[in-house]
Design a protein around this ligand. Sequence first.
Ligand code: ARG
Length: 589
Amino acid sequence: MRKILDLITDEMVKAFEAAGLDAKYAKVTVSNRPDLCEYQCNGAMAAAKEYKKAPIMIAEEVVAQLKDNAMFESVEAVKPGFLNLKLNNEFVASYISKMQEDTERLGCDKVENPKTIMIDYGGPNVAKPLHVGHLRSAIIGESIKRIGKFMGHNMIGDVHLGDWGLQMGLIITELKLRKPELCYFDENYEGEYPVEPPFTISELEEIYPTASGKSKEDAAYKEAAMQATYELQHGRRGYQALLSHILNVSVTDLKKNYANLNVSFELWKGESDAQPYIPDMVQKMKDDGYAYISDGALIVDVKEETDTKEIPPCMILKSDGASLYNTTDLATIVWRMKDYHPDKIIYVVDKRQELYFTQVFRCARKTHLVDDDTELQFLGFGTMNGKDGKPFKTREGGVMRLETLLSSINDEMYRKITENRTVEEAEAKATAKVVALSAVKYGDLSNQASKDYIFDIDRFTSFEGNTGPYILYTIVRIKSILNKYKEAGKEAGTAAILPAHSESEKALMLELTRFNAMMENAYEETAPHKVCSYIYDLANALNHFYHETKIMAEEDEAVQASYVRLLTLTRRTLEVCIDVLGFSAPDRM
Ligand code: ARG
């Protein structure tokens, strides 16, 4: 369905042309003075220069052309030369009635040429617990993926596990100390390795911090861990078998955690999956003359003439021949190109890694790991801070685990839900979980991703203001009206929605008409916060309409049915939006 702004612009173009003016001046925008008009065109001011006339005269000439146009209720020329537009009620109602017919997509067309877009988000590190830093990547990445899917693109999310580094050697070293009798440590063992892992997830979660602590105090221990890492990476059988156990146990646990966040990945690949691609990639970079030895290390220069700050070379191999974080990221690009040939890869990573990704992207492009038409996009997010403006910590000052954070919000939400009402415990718990997730996700997504934000549990869980619970509350309110209507034995049908009966009803309709343009723009700018600010406006418009209108007491059945259809459309629009944000609404709250 064409966007409403395009339809209005078409009429404006015709009017400018009929008045003998260049169509390039006929640009229409949403009004920045909603008290005066709904849309506006400022083109008369610019045209005045070319045609050497007063802007107001030009504006009046355009108004004359639009006088009898059915799309507008009023078109006014206002000094110095603004064109103020108000849409005709019937036109607006017919537009949203078409949205109503398109129950799935609400008038937002899928793109004509779907792209294959890989999105690298999550980035948890195996055996280390998830912390709040991983929360942002998961929340933002999932939403971007869903927005892209809604627009019709082939979106492939990859969790990109951190499963290739010293942490593996540390775990192996600690396990060996605790259970030296295990076959994994016997170099002469030639049999099959057990299917059952030699540890549980809670053991694994305890082993890593213990080992990491020890390695900081004990040089010999660290040496052993580095040696174990080296042997693992060079194919020692027992260690590789342990690695798969660690991976299996971790991934099972991670999937559970992500499922609780309503986040899922198409691919569960990790840094270790890139390793087989490294030797050939490095060889080619050398053969093609891009990589050279400097101070013993193998590097690729990535600086460019236009740089205003120093961009250091991309190091491919250390002087001891070991690969690095960026070697892995480059080799990951190799398999992504080979297996999926994406049009674009989006990385949703902490913005402090921006310089690093600049180096990786430039190196990938320069050495032709990606085609010229494959776009690499870094989407850096800011830090989630506590109320003191410093990175979020536990009360004791440690790194806040994700589980701890989420359960504190669940508890707070449960308290609020049971505060004034008696709800059955099971229902209250389930509702608290759903609403708490909206609080966390909306609290995050309503900010532009690149900005830092303050995690304010009181504000995020509030049922009022620009919050997830407020949006859910609005949906629940609609659901309850719709239920009452149904319980009265009525059926609103699918006839066209009637032209607005009041200002507040029209305002709600106008918000609805903006849905398709908003979604398209949120996709183009990879900006879930646009969806948030849209549904905040839409929820406000709905609540305003609700307070001003006697819906259940309306005596004219046809008018009442039209209200109900309008509410149903609003509910559906809000639900599509929260779905792309990655949360859902309960039936009651
Ligand atoms: N595992 C990394 C971390 O915890 C994040 C990975 C980001 N993605 C990437 N392709 N490097 O910091």
